[in-house]
Design a protein. Sequence first.
Length: 232
Amino acid sequence: MIEHLSDPARLPPSGPGDGGGPNGPRISAILTGLVGDTSRERIAISDLLKATGERAFGALLFLFALPNLLPAPPGTSTVLAVPLIFLAAQLSFGFKPWLPGMIARRSLRRSDLSAVVERSAPWIARAERILAPRLGFLVQPTAERIVGLICLALSLILILPIPLGNFLPALAICMFAFGILERDGLWIIAGLAMLAICVGVVGGVVIAVVKYGLVLAQDLWAWIEPMVAGIG
């Protein structure tokens, strides 16, 4: 459940012992610290923004895309796509991460976020074990802006009511986010590969839906046409 929170609770401290990588605390350490803080019942989106600091783009893109990879209530992808759109657009223009107050003040129950973290923890751990700074030219500012544009397009797909159309775009965003977080160009390449698959699959679904709609329209017209002719 997501609600407004006007007075975010304090943030968990981070330091050398919090599971940090070469570029700072890893996403698993950040999430574990937030959900492990029993002094709070709710976690505001602004808390997540503060906790991730300079790594907010990668961390928040990952966090808002992640629930789309797990079983979730209908409409979840549409709700989470809104902050994804804001963040991806800012990344593409080279701006600092920022969210409007109406989004930043929204909060999640700590127990809900904890459930997501627990279900995804094994996969995050496996991914982090193979993350390393490499292929740096793919995570330079210009390249990151291109990644931001791609994530913006994928976020717009997430907001559309396409049947089974949220998993692959969200997975691609998560791969790009890991690449940005750990300055790992190999994950950017993996994200591009997933993007190609996503375009093929989602494009196929859209084409199938359009064709089905045209067939229905033709059948409807075949049923209506005799009545129209009779009236004429």
